[in-house]
Design a protein around this ligand. Structure first.
Ligand SMILES: C[S@@+](CC[C@H](N)C(=O)[O-])C[C@H]1O[C@@H](n2cnc3c(N)ncnc32)[C@H](O)[C@@H]1O
Length: 229
């Protein structure tokens, strides 16, 4: 499987992911009804190149975005995109290892982290060991404010079956690269999210047999807070 980004960075460290150019508009179409009028802080988990965060931040100037990743090269790329686009509402890239227990932004950022409006995570949990999904899903609920959302984008199996031959082939290529990687099952993801205090609010079909899953912090979901109309 080739790297998700063009391996030749710009001199300032900016990486370009070809998939970003295909994905950002359909993803934002799902996020926009939730985030266009929302206020507060949005954390991106596994920001990669940083292209999504700067694009989405420009489309929601009333929100503060917090890009994160665990790869130094990706953190450099995020910073370079932030500098190049001059997005005032994107905070400096922070190191977060989603598999670490109690992942956090850092002492001075703790207030924002525990009152997040949303967490956005695209194309991470299948290109990482399952413990990364567990770390994200078990801890996201505790980082969101009541009524906050977790948006999870990527390919998923349903009832243990791939939804398309292309996803089956992609899964095989992931597992060939690392046996701990692989397309996750919707039921496993939902069960872990529920155990972490999140309720599945919406399953949005996306181009190329992907899904965007929208979870809401359960106490708010039970009280009737749901997808904006
Ligand atoms: C395929 S890239 C997707 C990047 C970006 N979200 C996108 O859609 O273009 C997966 C990202 O997840 C990050 N990642 C993998 N394991 C991680 C972990 N344990 N903690 C934080 N980030 C992780 C990788 O460093 C990489 O940037």
């Amino acid at each position: 499987m080739p790297p998700f980004f063009d391996p030749k960075p710009q001199p300032d460290g900016r990486l370009d992911a070809p998939a970003f150019h295909r994905n950002h508009a359909p993803i934002w179409a799902v996020l926009a009804p939730y985030l266009e009028r929302a206020r507060g802080h949005v954390l991106e988990a596994g920001s990669g190149t940083g292209q999504h965060v700067v694009r989405f931040a420009r489309q929601s100037p009333q929100l503060t975005w917090w890009p994160t990743d665990h790869e130094p090269r990706h953190l450099r790329s995020i910073e370079a995109w932030r500098a190049q686009t001059g997005c005032a509402n994107v905070r400096p890239a922070r190191f977060i290892d989603l598999a670490a227990p109690g992942w956090a932004l850092g002492e001075s950022d703790a207030g924002a982290l525990h009152e997040l409006t949303a967490i956005f995570c695209a194309n991470v949990i299948h290109i990482a060991p399952w413990r990364v999904a567990e770390g994200l899903l078990s801890q996201a609920g505790g980082r969101l404010r009541p009524g906050g959302w977790l948006f999870l984008y990527g390919p998923f199996k349903r009832d243990g079956q791939h939804t398309a031959p292309s996803n089956a082939a992609f899964d095989a290529s992931l597992r060939a690269q690392d046996p701990q990687w692989g397309v996750r099952d919707l039921a496993d993801v939902t069960a872990h999210a529920q155990a972490g205090g999140l309720a599945l609010d919406k399953i949005e079909p996306m181009p190329a047999n992907n899904l965007t899953l929208v979870f809401a912090r359960r106490d708010a979901a039970e009280g009737g807070v749901s997808a904006p109309q």
